[in-house]
Ligand binder design. Structure first.
Ligand SMILES: NC(=O)C1=CN([C@@H]2O[C@H](COP(=O)(O)OP(=O)(O)OC[C@H]3O[C@@H](n4cnc5c(N)ncnc54)[C@H](OP(=O)(O)O)[C@@H]3O)[C@@H](O)[C@H]2O)C=CC1
Ligand SMILES: O=C([O-])CC(=O)C(=O)O
Length: 255
């Protein structure tokens, strides 16, 4: 496995350091701005050193859209956290065609949520309803459409600022609703998965909840994610899930 990383923000920096500790230090990082010290920085997939087998996208929707199709078409597998980008049907089609043409795979890291295994299995038997609720402290919604409907700095009680389908959530909140997309992709799909986003001054972290019902029975899953240092929007578990996905791809026995 020879890796390159797209994006060196909060998650990218965590992932690069973790991969280096694992003996899988990336051969290069694809950036559009300032490059991190100590790593060869390039602007495109075409400029990557030869032999890269996997590109790890930690740059959000724009990074996956800009570099995912080129990597896949070149036969390089892509591991991504930008699951919400797949709510754009045109990009989802381009990624799928590029993967087919290059004989490569797009791997979706589980990100800041869990219970996707139960949801996938439940979907195989038929699901009736799936609802995702994302609850973060007000500053976790800074820079999102929540700012247009709420005064985040003055909030004293929980406030719902979005209710709709997972597709609408993923498209409107590219930095905050990748979890809604992960739930949708594992379960009932983008249009039939309900999503609700809440700014909560009492939330002790990034709380993600999934409620599902189907032929399998029902479950409710909740996780309280600690934010990643440097970005209150992103949970540390999202960065950790990238390393877990790299380990899963390398393993002979997979979960
Ligand atoms: N699946 C999940 O559960 C989660 C997914 N995410 C996704 O991960 C993304 C990154 O999170 P985080 O690291 O905290 O965010 P940051 O804002 O800290 O970092 C994002 C980085 O990506 C870079 N970037 C953006 N577009 C491109 C591009 N086209 N090419 C190269 N680099 C690019 C930015 O560079 P620049 O400085 O030039 O802007 C920035 O350095 C989020 O936007 C979100 O979409 C986040 C949390 C959970
Ligand atoms: O990191 C989180 O808690 C969730 C997040 O930002 C996303 O779903 O995009």
């Amino acid at each position: 496995m020879k890796l390159a990383v797209i994006g060196a923000g909060s998650i990218g920096a965590w992932v690069i350091a973790a991969l280096e500790r694992e003996g899988l230090g990336p051969a290069a990082v694809i950036v559009r701005g300032t490059a991190p010290v100590g790593l060869p920085a390039v602007r495109s997939v075409a400029a990557l050193p030869p032999g890269v087998t996997h590109v790890v996208d930690c740059a959000g929707h724009a990074g996956l859209a800009a570099h995912g199709p080129a990597a896949l078409e070149a036969g390089i597998d892509v591991i991504t956290l930008s699951l919400g980008a797949l709510a754009d049907a045109g990009l989802a089609r381009d990624l799928s065609r590029a993967a087919e043409a290059g004989g490569a795979r797009l791997h979706l890291a589980s990100g800041a949520i869990g219970a996707l295994d139960a949801l996938r299995a439940g979907a195989a038997g038929g699901l009736r309803s799936v609802r995702y609720t994302g609850r973060k402290p007000p500053m976790g919604w800074a820079g999102s459409p929540a700012e247009a409907v709420l005064d985040l700095s003055a909030l004293t009680a929980p406030a719902i600022h979005f209710e709709g389908s997972a597709r609408q959530a993923a498209l409107a909140y590219p930095k905050n609703a990748n979890v809604a997309a992960a739930v949708a992709l594992a379960g009932l799909g983008f249009d039939d998965t309900q999503a609700r986003l809440v700014a909560d001054p009492g939330a002790p972290g990034n709380i993600h909840e999934v409620e599902a019902e189907g032929a399998f029975g029902s479950f409710r899953f909740e996780i309280m994610g600690a934010p990643l240092p440097g970005n209150p929007r992103s949970s540390a578990l999202a960065a950790m899930s990238v390393l877990a996905e790299v380990r899963r791809i390398r393993a002979r026995v997979t979960t």
